[in-house]
Design a protein. Structure first.
Length: 184
């Protein structure tokens, strides 16, 4: 697994430390940043939920994000994220929170311009997390929430002020992009 773009392009990332972990594929990771486009990331604050190896947040840092917070509940995976941040030279522009996403959402200080989440496919109920992101006002107006999930999971058109725009499929993977805005 490698960083696919930006200043750390081509750098190898450490693999997951726990059996059965499914890192975000290079194809899907590239697709996420193609969807976001080059103008949203410069100087952005980014949140990587269910971070795993940290590949999505590290990709954002490589492509110009100013800061990234990583949330992962496995202490082994938190160590992998820290290793990957040091390997890519982004350790001074990031924080790793080793706790459950559901708990972290309540204590994080937003707003973020981009929230990235690629939870384990066995987690099929993503609505409560998206609702909590909206309720805690973690995304700035016009900011994006990109959700990777199994193609067998269907997400709602909106969660509070998060409105679904693009939806794409890549084999067994799906991406849904929500934009934050005021509730009308």
């Amino acid at each position: 697994m490698r960083v696919t773009g930006g200043t750390a392009r081509g750098r190898r990332l450490a693999a997951p430390a726990i059996a059965g972990a499914r890192p975000t594929s290079d194809l899907v990771r590239s697709a996420v940043f193609n969807i976001l486009g080059p103008h949203i990331l410069p100087e952005a604050r980014v949140l990587d939920l269910f971070a795993g190896t940290g590949s999505l947040g590290i990709e954002a840092l490589s492509r110009g994000a100013a800061w990234a917070d990583f949330v992962e509940m496995s202490s082994k995976q938190c160590s992998v994220i820290r290793t990957n941040l040091e390997t890519t030279g982004f350790g001074d522009r990031a924080q790793v929170l080793c706790r459950r996403v559901e708990r972290a959402v309540g204590v994080l200080a937003g707003p973020y311009r981009v929230v990235l989440m690629d939870p384990p496919y066995r987690l099929e109920e993503l609505g409560p997390v998206l609702e909590a992101i909206d309720e805690q006002e973690l995304v700035e107006d016009g900011g994006k929430v990109v959700v990777g999930h199994s193609k067998r999971v269907t997400l709602e058109l909106s969660y509070g002020g998060l409105l679904r725009g693009e939806s794409r499929r890549y084999g067994d993977s799906a991406l849904d992009v929500f934009t934050a805005g005021p509730v009308l």
